[in-house]
Design a protein around this ligand. Structure first.
Ligand code: MN
Length: 699
């Protein structure tokens, strides 16, 4: 077997030189030696040194006539994953282009296809396409997979062989087809089929041998006859007979439910002519001389396949009275059919583009989309090839390699809700590619996302501004709505309780005539009271007429169990913090607004004041923002002293502003997050002990 002999660096270089005489041979040799040394004594499953594998991948790429960067990437494609070599090192030695290509191939290898989240192979294929922003990354990955398939027989675990084969069949072969590399696709399918269904494979293979023996001269005679007829019409064609691959025969037998004997186009004949005009001329000649099998003619020249495949297909009752499939194409179409993007690349690089500068030279090849746009019928190709998914979707994955597909523009919060509603509801941030980022961060293709959660987190309305998936939006809305309902219900109930606290009649639920207020339920009644939709005065109606309750807001209302900012608010005018003397103001629609008793905004309307009682709640962790005005001497170290004092008390500075500055003093406004009044008091006291601080005052 070929791959048992190590390809030497000189052999590789001469392969590349055949189609690219200007290649930098030093760089190729350097990459060869570098990869060999990096893999060192690592071994393949077959027992040969590991380096045999990247060398063979490089050979494949050179056979496809790819540019030097791609061949070098083939040599280096496993060093990031399997050796101690790092990106920076690659970039320094081989340039950033090669380093990025190798990194791209490495990323593709990390994704877990077997994962339960990848329900559809199609999703995974789309993902790989999107990940390979540079088409060459995908080509190297395909070459890598092909070599692994060629050496799959050395893997002893049957289960692993089947898994790899299935993945090849479902993901990599269709990808190869998508970018038109049919030679690679065919070989992958044959190898995968052989490993998945060894019995079927050998059965068909045996039958094929028998058919071949029976019709010894069928292929040769058909070719001669076709050649003769075309020649008579002035067309000099190159004709070959190509046997269908075992896998595609098997597929045909499955889909049409027929036996091998019933498949009459096991051999397809290829007629290769000089130009487009001759393609149609040949077709005319063949159709004139032989009877057409109806329904089998296809013109992929006028309407190319999505992968740029162009050819005329027809089936006729051939010269030997047997039905034969004939494919007619030009030399260039033929190369594109076999090598796809790679052929196209070579075709371009061999022409005018080759002389342009390095960057320009390969620019067009860097994006698969561009390749498709360059084809003869871009509109149709793009709308049918699903490549618009590049625009619409981004593909990210969890630390386990599970794929999460999101619409473009999706953020961390969308990702969190995609995993689970509970993860979304408690998300506080994420590590994207190991860096901490906020929830609103927009995700990009290939991001690895680890959501950080906290049980004390609560979604709030601001999340809706950066959530873009309907799942996230719905969950956030639902959470906020439910919480709002709960909070206003609780407020309503508390209000009723304290309104009736001085009455002799104890509150019982059946006393409340909620239906009279067109409320479907008791909760709805509480909610409407909390919202101020039903006036609290109506509570009087509940009580027996004999009772005179006087001031209905007699008792104080406990605000401890409320989540700040929903039904109970701490306004910015006085920013109350826990421990302050406060009073509540009942505000229709908004709920209860809690002010510091000395607040100027409190107003005179004492009848809607409500006494509140405020204790710590261990379940709801709240922090409050207090604003301090600090006057401090104008010294270089002033700022650092203040921030040191505050942070040593475990308080966060969330805003700092110089309000006034003279030669001697600064007037600073500092907003800090504290847990309660005593926490703030400690900080104020500490600040005052500092000799540079002239005054500290809470605003
Ligand atoms: Mn590899």
């Amino acid at each position: 077997m070929l791959w048992c002999f190590l390809l030497t660096s000189s052999e590789l270089i001469s392969l590349v030189k055949e189609y690219n005489s200007n290649v930098n041979t030093d760089m190729l040799r350097k990459a060869y030696i570098f990869a060999m040394e990096a893999h060192g004594i690592q071994k393949r499953a077959s027992g040969v040194p590991y380096f045999y594998h990247p060398a063979e991948v490089a050979r494949l790429l050179a056979e496809l006539k790819l540019d030097a960067q791609t061949v070098i990437t083939g040599l280096l494609h496993d060093v990031l994953e399997d050796t101690t070599v790092c990106f920076t090192e690659l970039s320094e030695i081989f340039g950033s282009e090669v380093a990025f290509l190798v990194e791209g191939v490495t990323k593709l290898s990390k994704i877990n296809y077997a994962s339960s989240r990848v329900h559809k192979a199609e999703n995974f294929r789309k993902f790989l396409l999107a990940m390979s922003r540079d088409i060459r990354v995908l080509i190297v990955k395909l070459a890598d997979r092909l070599n692994n398939m060629r050496t799959l027989n050395y893997i002893t675990s049957i289960e692993k062989r089947k898994r790899v084969s299935l993945e090849t069949l479902e993901v990599y072969a269709p990808l190869a087809e998508r970018i038109g590399m049919n030679i690679i696709k065919d070989e992958m399918e044959e190898l995968a089929f052989y490993n998945l269904h060894p019995d079927e494979y050998s059965k068909i293979s045996l039958q094929l041998d028998q058919i071949r023996n029976k019709d010894n001269n069928f292929v040769q005679n058909t070719i001669l006859e076709l050649k003769k007829i075309l020649k008579e019409n002035g067309i000099d064609a190159n004709i070959s007979g190509r046997e269908k691959k075992i896998y595609s025969i098997w597929k045909k037998m499955q889909t049409r439910n027929v036996s091998l004997e019933q498949i009459n186009d096991i051999v397809a004949f290829r007629v290769i002519v000089d130009n487009l005009q001759q393609c149609y001329m040949s077709l005319g000649v063949i159709h004139t001389n032989f009877q057409i099998v109806p329904g089998r003619f296809k013109d992929y020249i006028s309407i190319p396949k999505l992968n740029n495949y162009r050819s005329l297909h027809t089936t006729v009752i051939g010269p030997l009275k047997q039905s034969v499939e004939i494919q007619i194409r030009t030399e260039e179409m033929h190369r594109v059919a076999d090598e796809g993007v790679a052929a196209h690349w070579f075709y371009k690089s061999d022409g005018a583009l080759f002389r342009k500068d390095e960057q320009e030279k390969y620019k067009w090849v860097k994006n698969l989309l561009t390749v498709f746009q360059n084809s003869s019928n871009p509109g149709e190709l793009i709308s049918h090839s699903k490549l618009d998914l590049f625009e619409e979707e981004v593909f990210c994955f969890t630390p386990n390699g599970d794929l999460i597909t999101l619409p473009r523009g999706a953020t961390v919060i969308d990702f969190a809700y995609e995993i689970h509603t509970a993860v979304g509801n408690t998300a506080v941030g994420a590590k994207v590619n190991n860096k901490m980022v906020p929830l609103k961060t927009v995700l990009r293709n290939g991001d690895q996302v680890e959501i950080i959660t906290s049980p004390s987190q609560n979604p709030d309305g601001t999340w809706e501004r950066f959530a873009i998936t309907s799942k996230a939006k719905t969950c956030i809305k639902k959470f906020i709505k439910t919480r709002e309902k709960k909070e206003f219900c609780l407020l309503g109930l508390q209000l009723i309780k304290c309104a009736l606290s001085s009455s002799k009649t104890p509150l019982s639920e059946d006393m409340i005539p909620f239906k009279e207020y067109s409320c479907g339920s008791l909760d709805k009644f509480y909610y409407n009271i909390g919202r101020g939709i039903i006036s609290l005065d109506s509570i009087r109606m509940i009580l027996p007429l004999s009772e005179n309750i006087g001031n209905i807001y007699n008792d104080s209302l406990c605000i401890t169990n409320f989540i700040p900012g929903v039904a109970v608010h701490f306004p910015a005018c006085c920013s109350p913090i826990f421990g302050d003397k406060v009073i509540g103001v009942l505000t229709p629609q908004r709920g209860l607004v809690v002010h510091v008793t000395s607040c100027n905004n409190l107003g005179k309307n004492k009848y809607n004041f409500i006494k509140v009682n405020w204790t710590q709640n261990d379940d709801i962790y709240t922090e409050f923002v207090a604003r301090l005005r600090i006057v401090i001497q104008n010294e270089t170290e002033s700022f650092s002293i203040i921030t040191n004092i505050i942070s040593s008390h475990e308080a966060n500075i969330i805003n700092l502003k110089v309000e006034h500055r003279s030669t001697d003093f600064f007037d600073l406004l500092v907003d800090i997050r504290v847990t309660d009044v005593s926490h703030l008091g400690d900080i104020q006291a500490a600040l005052r002990t500092c000799s540079l601080v002239r005054s500290v005052r809470r605003l």
